[in-house]
Design a protein around this ligand. Structure first.
Ligand code: HEC
Ligand code: HEC
Length: 472
């Protein structure tokens, strides 16, 4: 070898030093961040709110219906008007208090993020409105996410968990005790300290409803055809991704809303949310709701039920119920508008497909024909979800079953709009996209191999991937 190159040891050493010097100068030229392995989430995208408008081409009547729904979506509730006895939020801006970032209809607000929307109403106004005597739970703070709490198990009379009695239901954080508009109803709050100590409390943050009408109008056959195509692509790439539909137990069709794809339609979600989050009974959920496993004291049943209903017979009163108006508003909300692509975001988008993210986060599915609006008919929904539930492993598991979804399964979260989101994953455990990706990997998760692919990317590819996500 020495003879072939004709170079002395000293000459070869000089060349080696030269190469090292050139390559470290090149690395320096790439900038500060590239010298470390940590990839930094650029944070919520600035430069205009890309969500909250209505679909294009609505008729005047549809526009009026959507505007009416938008007003009701942010209308505060009162006790005599239907709020409570239990609620999570709603004394101030009702649905819109939780569905707020980056605009009405979105996800959890934050006190510290741009564009400024926050603070978390659960920590600032909901707990003590009208002099209510609630305490703020330890997992709620002004700059933390809005959270709803579910309990995994019921308790035995001695306070221990009853592992034979799965609960899974929402236990509202607040009640109307002490409010000036309530003189008859006194209730305890959940024992937060005990539930946390027993590891029995799990959390959910709001999922945004932009583009929800498109999600609602994707035919079951389209979801199943996409599932077959993704599974074939995963198998060809040697990636063991399964995924299954969560079917409605009664009519057998595919449900798709909520963190576990547990709910069938916007109307059903609106009816359930009105009852669960605000305590307002309605035509879909007509009985007043006690804490799961308890009975309401009579002083807490003040109104005849349902408190919200359609009024076909009364002149001068809106015919539509609130829940119908909420559903119409959500159905008419346009999907988030992504930022204009750049060379970096296009490269990131390519990486997103290459490493297998798109096997679960399907970039697009086409909607069926709609009787409601041309803008919902036969159009691409760029949702970045397969609407299937996947086993996400120990780390993300919450131990709660909903419909066909078990305690480890979650819906591939639609990624449209993540560019302007503050909190990520079902319980809002992180505000950092890179961390949200890493949390996909743990024992039992279908995403493990894809996350290994992510970790093996060059620093530049990871950065472009995050820039792509922040462009959505
Ligand atoms: C206390 C905060 C809070 C309030 C108030 C609230 N929501 Fe939500 N919303 C949530 C949470 C948390 C979820 C996710 C629930 C889950 O999947 O377990 C959610 C999910 C949804 C979804 C599902 C969207 C999807 O694609 O997954 C819809 C639809 C919805 N809410 C509508 C409403 C309506 C209508 C109201 C008012 C009646 C309302 N919400 C009030 C917290 C709230
Ligand atoms: C096996 C299916 C699967 C794969 C592969 C996968 N994801 Fe996910 N992703 C999910 C599920 C399910 C969730 C919701 C998990 C939860 O909240 O507990 C999620 C959540 C997310 C979130 C948070 C969204 C939100 O609304 O909070 C981001 C961001 C994300 N994924 C990006 C990625 C990227 C980037 C990749 C590729 C590196 C990827 N995912 C690969 C299934 C998958």
């Amino acid at each position: 070898m020495n003879q072939e190159t004709g170079l002395s040891f000293r000459q070869r050493l000089a060349i080696l030093f030269f190469i090292l010097a050139v390559s470290s100068a090149a690395a320096g030229a790439l900038g500060q961040q590239d010298s470390s392995d940590e990839v930094i989430d650029p944070g919520p995208r600035i430069g205009g709110v890309g969500a909250g408008g209505f679909l294009m081409g609505l008729t005047d009547a549809q526009q009026a219906q959507a505007n009416d729904g938008a007003m009701r979506f942010v209308e505060p509730e009162t006790f005599t008007g239907g709020l409570g006895p239990f609620y999570n939020s709603g004394t101030q801006r009702a649905c819109g208090g939780c569905h707020a970032q980056p605009n009405v209809g979105g996800s959890s607000p934050s006190a510290s993020a741009y564009p400024y929307i926050g603070p978390n109403p659960q920590a600032t106004v909901d707990y003590n409105a009208y002099s209510a005597t609630n305490v703020i739970p330890p997992f709620i703070s002004a700059d933390g996410p809005v959270r709803e709490m579910r309990l995994v198990y019921f308790h035995k009379p001695n306070g221990n968990l009853n592992l034979n009695a799965p609960d899974g239901g929402v236990h509202d954080l607040y009640n109307v005790t002490g409010r000036t508009d309530n003189t008859t109803c006194t209730l305890p709050q959940p024992n937060f300290a005990q539930e946390l100590a027993q590891g029995n409390a799990i959390f959910r943050i709001p999922t945004p409803v932009f583009g929800a009408g498109l999600i609602e109008n994707i035919d079951d056959g389209t979801i199943l055809a996409n599932q077959a195509a993704s599974q074939a692509a995963a198998a060809a790439a040697g990636i063991p991704i399964a995924g299954q539909v969560n079917r409605n137990g009664n009519d057998g069709t595919i449900s798709r809303f909520g963190w576990k794809a547990q709910n069938k339609s916007l109307l059903i979600f609106a009816g359930e949310a009105y009852n669960v989050e605000d305590g307002v009974t309605n035509e879909l959920f007509p009985t007043q709701r006690p804490t799961p496993g308890t009975t309401l004291p009579p002083g807490c049943l003040v109104n005849a039920t349902p408190e919200d209903r359609s009024n076909p017979e009364s002149a001068g009163v809106a015919v539509n119920s609130d829940v119908t108006a909420f559903a119409a508003f959500m159905r008419m909300l346009a999907p988030p508008t992504p930022a204009a692509p750049t060379a970096q975001t296009l490269a990131g988008q390519q990486t997103f497909s290459n490493i297998g993210c798109a096997l679960c986060h399907t970039p697009t599915m086409t909607t069926a024909q709609s009787t409601e609006a041309a803008a919902l008919s036969g159009v691409p929904a760029n949702l970045y979800s397969d609407l299937l539930i996947h086993n996400m492993g120990d780390k993300l598991a919450d131990g709660v079953s909903q419909g066909g979804a078990n305690g480890q399964q979650f819906r591939s979260a639609p990624l449209w709009g993540v560019g302007q989101r503050v909190f990520f994953l079902h319980d809002g455990r992180t505000s950092d996209l890179a961390e949200a990706i890493r949390q996909h990997k743990s024992h039992g998760s279908e995403a493990n191999q894809v996350i290994d692919n992510f970790e093996n990317l060059s620093h530049r590819d990871k950065k472009n991937l995050l820039l792509f996500l922040r462009s959505l």
